[in-house]
Ligand binder design. Structure first.
Ligand code: HEC
Length: 212
């Protein structure tokens, strides 16, 4: 009989096509191990000091998580775009146009699982080779010219304190540059600082208000 024979062939054909398909689709359903999010981004060392006018790069950081990972800076820490990050290696570079200052670097590491922000993982300080420092040059000037009134120890006007002097540098420079005897002139009631000493205050600011 013809019909049952054809039907048997059809069954065989069905089995030979459907069975492999079934096996393949079962394989697809097996759960792949999930890729891990980026974690533990570490720069060693995690700081670098750059001499203004030169460029410098960090070491390659270590990180955990599924690859590939791409890196970016969460915010551009320097207005002139002088600080960049290598997308694939995570190496951070400050180029020779970086301005004097200290920059906390926040890095975003991204893979197919997620995008993770590592806040302040690296610090760059850009400075000059031989800066005017507070301890060496500015504090002695303040002690001899200002401290009779801006008395050390508790007063809010104690400028022998590094943090306070740094925080008030613009006002100090403004006051010592006023005409002797005019309103707000410092040292009040006294003699103007020499041009060289005024220049030291200004250079201290220009060099990045370094303490030591
Ligand atoms: C004879 C006392 C006297 C001396 C010396 C003196 N100051 Fe003053 N200073 C004052 C007084 C009083 C004030 C508050 C009144 C004012 O703001 O002018 C003041 C205010 C200031 C302010 C403003 C502070 C603020 O909160 O805005 C600065 C900055 C300042 N002095 C810097 C200096 C510096 C720098 C020197 C040394 C080069 C100096 N002063 C020496 C008496 C003095």
């Amino acid at each position: 009989m013809k019909i049952p024979q054809l039907s048997l062939l059809k069954r065989l054909a069905f089995i030979s096509i459907a069975l492999p398909l079934l096996i393949i689709s079962c394989k697809h359903e097996t759960v792949e191990p999930e890729i891990e999010a980026p974690s533990n981004l570490v720069y060693n060392p995690n700081t670098m000091s750059v001499i203004k006018g030169t460029s410098m790069s960090s070491n390659t950081p270590s990180i955990s998580g599924g690859t590939p990972i791409t890196y970016s800076l969460s915010t551009i820490p320097n207005a002139d775009n002088a600080i960049t990050i290598n997308q694939t290696s995570g190496v951070i570079t400050a180029d020779s146009t970086a301005s004097i200052g200290t920059y906390q670097i926040t890095v975003v590491a991204k893979n197919s699982k997620s995008s993770v922000t590592f806040t302040n993982v690296f610090t760059i300080s850009v400075g000059v080779a031989n800066p005017v420092t507070f301890i060496a040059k500015i504090k002695p000037l303040i002690t001899s010219n200002c401290s009779s009134c801006h008395t050390p120890g508790g007063s809010s006007l104690d400028f022998t304190d590094y943090t306070r002097a740094k925080g008030n540098i613009n006002t100090m420079i403004n006051r010592i540059n006023r005409a002797q005897g005019s309103g707000g002139f410092m040292p009040q009631g006294g003699t103007a600082l020499s041009a060289a000493n005024i220049a030291l205050f200004e250079q201290w600011r220009a060099d990045g208000l370094v303490e030591n």
